[in-house]
Design a protein around this ligand. Structure first.
Ligand code: FE2
Length: 307
């Protein structure tokens, strides 16, 4: 068979599949599915995918699904290590240089974490060096944002989140609200670097690529407030070498903060009794007003046609 004939045979398949989405229920659905078909078919052509490799791919995705449950999310992890999570964030990030930058959501958020008051402790027994985290929530115009909800979550000093431990414990996570001046403050533990779960298919992917599963030390922060665009971000710990090879490409220079060690016995913001050294970090949060991002989000062609 000539190569021309072969190419025509392959393109015929792609055309047929593209046409099958002509009756999609929304223009946006059609746009996304057609792009998925075009790009995935192009991949098969580009690498001349073998049937055995196709089977391996199916097996890999099957294993990603099978290992996932309400405490483990392998597909977010897959998106993270392929940089798809960070690319989606970049594609949606408002172009406001003064706002706090976004980074990956990650697979370890759990809905319904307990509320802690100002000065409360989210560690709840998680092992690690105590760390006082405080700052102010503001808008890009500099005005304080009162009543902003901060969801925070982090691993213990063994590099594990509560959901990775046996049993149904809630540790190292919680939510709190900013005060009238936008201020917030809580106790947690000093973040430490950790490997993403690499005992499953995503771990196999990294091993096959000769890649490290390590993430630099970080605290997860998600901030929501009426009238503002939701922020999903991290505070990274300054001086951590792992920032150079983050397995999920999440590091942004502007999010690196000084977690300053305080000697044992030094007074702390809530008068808490502490046996040893502790740390403190100041992490201000600047939110984008909702309207600006809403305008950007109305760009998809489907909605434009309908407008
Ligand atoms: Fe994390």
């Amino acid at each position: 068979m000539s190569s021309e004939h072969q190419a025509e045979r392959e393109e015929h398949v792609t055309r047929q599949v593209l046409e099958s989405f002509a009756g999609s229920t929304t223009p946006r659905y059609r746009e996304i599915m057609e792009a998925l078909v075009r790009h995935s078919h192009a991949l098969v052509r580009e690498v001349r995918l073998t049937e055995q490799e196709w089977e391996q791919g199916i097996d890999f995705l099957t294993r990603c699904g099978q290992i996932s449950d309400d405490r483990r999310q392998e597909l977010i992890l897959l998106s993270d290590v392929l940089g798809l999570s960070m690319l989606t964030i970049a594609a949606n990030a408002p172009e406001e240089p003064t706002a706090t930058e976004s980074t990956v959501f990650g697979p370890f958020f759990v809905d319904g974490a307990p509320e802690v008051p100002f000065g409360g402790d989210i560690a709840q027994g998680a092992s690690g060096q105590p760390c006082w985290v405080s700052g102010q929530v503001r808008g890009t115009d500099g005005s304080p944002v009162a009543g902003a909800r901060l969801d925070v979550w982090e691993a213990d000093d063994g590099g594990l989140y509560d959901v990775q431990h046996e049993g149904d414990v809630t540790q190292g996570r919680g939510h709190l609200f900013s005060d009238e001046q936008g201020g917030y403050g809580f106790w947690g533990v000093t973040p430490t670097p950790y490997p993403i779960p690499h005992d499953g298919p995503v771990g196999d992917l990294l091993a096959a690529a000769g890649r490290s599963p390590m993430r630099p030390a970080h605290l997860h922060v998600m901030v929501t407030a009426p009238g503002y665009h939701r922020l999903v971000t991290h505070a990274f710990v300054a001086g951590d070498d792992n920032q150079r090879g983050d397995a999920v490409f999440g590091v942004k220079e502007s999010l690196v903060a000084d977690f300053v060690e305080q000697p044992a016995g030094s007074p702390n913001p809530t008068g808490r009794r502490l046996d040893g050294a502790w740390r403190k970090v100041s992490f201000d949060i600047v939110l984008n007003p909702e309207t600006r991002t809403d305008e950007r989000r109305s760009i998809p062609s489907g909605r434009r046609e309908g407008a």
